[in-house]
Design a protein around this ligand. Structure first.
Ligand code: F6P
Length: 513
């Protein structure tokens, strides 16, 4: 006879609570709300990205932008290894193309030292960082099949996966890096001539990725993981790429525009809620807000839609879906332009200048149960919530609302869209939203982002380039009567003030470089 064990439903149980998703990922203290896991590092394989191609095709810009994207949106430790910087550190500045001649034995010896220093650091970085992504940005280290094979062999022992990204620009050729340290103090014309020679020397030795070289019949790199890209022609070849982060990389790179573009960010004009210190809501503009909206429309005409030669250039306008941003954009002129097709000049299409596109993704951080309250009311009615927010403004999620981390997660697609377009963009948004986008472009950390100053009545102009991001602030409107409140003067803790000071100092520092 068998006795089945029947569980006693009244038996004592041990309490074992489920942690909020993502809460355990928070470092240093306990987070009680869940955190979007998408913005924490995925436990992916370590991996190494080798960016190759001829000089002047945009490898450095792509490497740096990719590094920033992975760091900010995917929280992975990333390091860019720029071989030219190693060369300058080890051998000094080379402003004569003779050093890039493949038959120059002395140069080859120097380059061998540079290459092994760079590779050794890369291997050390990969070994020291779980989830680390190393990006090798080099025209010389990656130039031939033999050199690429050497990289694979050097990295093999770390267990990191290697992916090659070959950048080419068949239509435009190359861009002379006049601001490179190699040409400091060199006349533009001389720099141009030297750089042309340098590129020619590289052409002599460069073996395109996975193309049979020197009369050989066989392709040798078909089993490797790679992405070949020509952004100008929008031509991409993908080979053996798999994995979450790897495909995020591909997604980002394919959407990148390699031509420089300008961004203009503006908060909405003062809203009726701002005027009485209430957060959130969906109110319309106050009289001061409307006055700013007129100023903004003038600014667009004088600073955005015309180029230096006075020609109207296509430009874009994005708002959130909320009343206050749409009302702020309402006076911006929407002229019709005829645009010539890039490939076939006999074709034209119509472009509506600054046609507003409203995004829910750009809506202000949602304060949930606290929406529509003043900071004082929140402190009075939800003292615990208020205190929690001041301890960790980045991860704190309002009851039934959002945190800044939630906002970061929903802004990733916006950044991809911003990178995809080439036209100047005016984004009329909200304080919390612009803080995150600004922090991404200015190289601030996520923790610094919630404290960045984004004042009303001001347009922030950013021009990202390979080496930095240039910022200009345009104050467009001073209210005739000083505002009683615009919702920005929430009481701050010491930690918040210090974080604000750090973010400010970093911003000033970034601008001075
Ligand atoms: O006060 C204006 C506002 O845009 C609010 O709607 C929003 O809650 C707040 O700013 C975001 O700023 P902070 O995160 O500093 O409270």
């Amino acid at each position: 006879m068998s006795h089945e064990h029947v569980a006693d439903p009244t038996a004592a149980y041990t309490e074992c609570k489920q942690m909020a998703p993502g809460a355990s990922a928070a470092v240093g203290h306990t987070i009680e709300n869940s955190i979007p896991l998408s913005i924490f590092p995925i436990r992916a394989d370590k991996f190494c990205i080798c960016v190759c191609g001829l000089p002047g095709v945009g490898k450095t810009s792509i490497s740096r932008r990719l590094a920033r994207y992975l760091e900010f949106f995917h929280a992975v430790p990333v390091e860019v290894f720029n071989a030219s910087e190693y060369r300058r550190r080890i051998c000094g500045v080379w402003s004569n193309a003779k050093w890039f001649d493949p038959t120059n034995a002395e140069a080859a010896q120097h380059l061998a030292t540079v290459n092994s220093a760079c590779l050794a650091d890369m291997v050390a970085f990969i070994n020291a960082n779980a989830n680390g992504v190393a990006i090798l940005d080099s025209a010389s280290l990656n130039a031939t099949h033999a050199k690429r094979l050497h990289i694979l062999q050097s990295i093999y022992e770390t267990g990191a996966k290697v992916m090659f990204i070959e950048v080419s620009n068949e239509t435009q050729g190359f861009v002379v890096p006049y601001d490179s340290p190699d040409y400091e103090g060199v006349e533009r014309e001389a720099a141009e001539q030297d750089y042309c020679e340098r590129v020619a020397k590289y052409r002599q030795q460069y073996e395109p990725l996975d193309v049979p070289s020197n009369g050989e019949a066989q392709k040798k790199e078909s089993k490797w993981s790679y992405l070949k890209c020509d952004h100008q022609r929008q031509k991409f070849v993908l080979n053996r790429v798999e994995g979450y982060l790897q495909l995020k990389v591909v997604h980002f790179i394919i959407n990148l525009r390699t031509t420089p573009h300008k961004f203009f960010f503006s908060r909405h004009g003062q809203s009726q809620y701002n005027a009485v210190g209430r957060i959130g809501g969906d109110s319309g503009l106050s009289p001061d807000g409307l006055a700013y909206a007129h100023k903004l429309a003038e600014f667009v005409q004088t600073n955005i839609v015309f180029d230096e030669s006075g020609r109207q250039v296509p430009a874009r306008l994005w708002t959130s879906s909320m009343r206050r941003t749409r009302e702020t954009a309402q006076f911006i002129a929407q002229d019709r332009l005829n645009i010539q097709d890039e490939d076939d000049p006999t074709l034209e299409h119509e472009w509506i200048q600054m046609r507003p596109r409203a995004w829910h993704h750009l809506d202000e951080l949602f304060a949930g149960a606290c929406d529509g309250m003043t900071y004082e009311e929140i402190e009075e009615q939800f003292p615990e919530e208020f205190a929690r927010r001041s301890v960790d403004k980045l991860a704190y999620r309002y009851p039934r609302g959002e945190s800044y981390l939630d906002v970061i997660a929903r802004l990733e697609p916006i950044i991809i869209e911003m990178e995809r377009h080439k036209e100047p963009l005016l984004l009329v948004g909200h304080q919390g939203i612009i803080r995150i986008i600004y922090a991404f472009y200015m190289g601030l950390t996520r923790a610094e982002a919630p404290y960045v100053s984004i004042p009303l009545n001001c347009v922030i102009q950013l021009t990202p380039s390979a080496f930095n991001c240039i910022e200009r602030r345009h104050d467009l409107y001073v209210p005739p009567v000083a505002l009683a409140k615009d919702g920005q003067d929430e009481p701050k803790t010491q930690a918040q003030k210090e974080a604000e000071d750090r973010a400010y100092a970093k911003m000033v520092d970034a601008q001075s470089h």
